[in-house]
Design a protein around this ligand. Sequence first.
Ligand SMILES: Cc1cc2nc3c(=O)[nH]c(=O)nc-3n(C[C@H](O)[C@H](O)[C@H](O)COP(=O)(O)OP(=O)(O)OC[C@H]3O[C@@H](n4cnc5c(N)ncnc54)[C@H](O)[C@@H]3O)c2cc1C
Length: 493
Amino acid sequence: MNTSLNAARRLADLERVRNTAVDVLVVGLGATGAGVALDAASRGLSVAAVDAHDLAFGTSRWSSKMIHGGLRYLAKGQVGVAHESAVERGILLSRTAPHLVKAAPYLMPLTPAVSRGQAALVMTGYRMGDGLRAAARTPRRLLPGPSRLPAARARRLAPPLRADGLRGGLLSWDGRLVDDARLVVAIARTAAGHGARILTRCRALELHRGGAQVRDELTGESFTIRARVVVNAAGVWAGQLSPDIRLRPSRGTHLVLRGEALPGLRAGLHVPIPGESNRFALVLPQHDGRIYVGLTDEPVDGPVPDVPEVPEQDVSALLAVLNTVLETAVDRSQVAGAYAGLRPLLEAEGRTADLSRRHAVLTSPDEVITVTGGKLTTYRRMAQDAVDAAVRLRNLPAGPCVTHRVPLVGAEPLGGPSGLVERYGGEAAAVHELVKLHPEPVGAGRALGELVWAVRHEGALDEADLLDRRTRIGLIPEDREAALAAARHAFTL
Ligand SMILES: Cc1cc2nc3c(=O)[nH]c(=O)nc-3n(C[C@H](O)[C@H](O)[C@H](O)COP(=O)(O)OP(=O)(O)OC[C@H]3O[C@@H](n4cnc5c(N)ncnc54)[C@H](O)[C@@H]3O)c2cc1C
């Protein structure tokens, strides 16, 4: 099983797909498309999967990195979606990606602005969330239940909270990804291990019943990939390829703070949004010491950009909510970076914050299958449904879905230095060998050897792949600038 992706393999795979038809062509290599490639390949189908840019170039790298138990869907009465989320969370935590998904604690501070009634309501919600965990058969040892903490303990978990009037906190647990882009890379590499041909820098220009017209973005050359079924997993760009798909993207912004901005923070925070009964801003400590603060939900009209911009009003809105609970306010100069992503929501009436986050699998008149909506947490189930539809459409010779028991690359515990194990799981020892050869620090706690690993095994083709997706150094522009020369150097080693 060769799970390494690199420039040489890309060239060899390109040559093959130009000459041989495949069962399934997947367009888009975010979590959804990579999931479809893995699902189809692990059922024994031949697969090509293309992305116009890179693995995780789109929305999949701009998430809150949470693997949700589905509580918010339960609150809206979407019981099926909530249960599905909880089941998928359990699969990731226990079987397919225990190295990338861990339980993380979240504290809701009981400030004077939170009434006793509201606190009771939120606790009831957390208990229902724990019920979802139980219904999905995820053991408590993987995901502890909620509890109420006295003020002193709440402040120990979150020292920056304002002490005055703090009655305590409500503690709950949910899944957290070490990094969303790394999840996509792991899924794509696992698919490659099952024989899928993973082709980045290949843009689909036009999709049709028997395949797609594709352009190699590195050479400018166009060619046809012949396929029995085409699956459009192009996220917010899906409508550009299948015009009958109508999406209503919504922008979610996160701020990136350095750890010093909120010193000693050991749990995430659910910060109630003033004037909203059941919506929270999220404070999300990351394993690299940075802290994200999110997130907005604003409908976006007009052309879909490759990389969404963060408007200044999103920054001030998030800071304003965050500062309602802090002893010392975080000011604009402490915002080290910010990012925005577009949710691929299907068009419907209503506020985007209220649209269903359930995914959809749609077959267009020209028999292209589109899979969209949903979320990172449910990528596996989305892929299963899309491949089921493809198999039915063309009567493909495929076995049943097996991805609920296919561990992603790195899921086997093999040991290695702890910082590396957190990011690379069972591959940490192999990465460490490269780090010993190239120990030079490149920023955000990473060494040059990790960049070399990404070039040789994770399909990084240029410095943006390294800094913006294989590592997330680029989320802080100042750190990105400082690491650029090392990233270029990694391609010469
Ligand atoms: C701000 C925000 C926070 C979120 N937080 C969470 C969270 O915490 N947990 C969670 O579970 N979900 C979360 N989500 C939802 C989740 O991120 C998305 O549902 C998911 O990432 C969508 O993945 P995708 O693969 O469908 O799309 P994408 O990741 O956008 O992938 C589409 C890919 O298609 C490629 N593409 C486009 N056009 C073409 C073409 N013509 N040819 C070839 N390739 C093409 C793009 O380059 C891109 O890589 C969040 C979403 C947002 C916006």
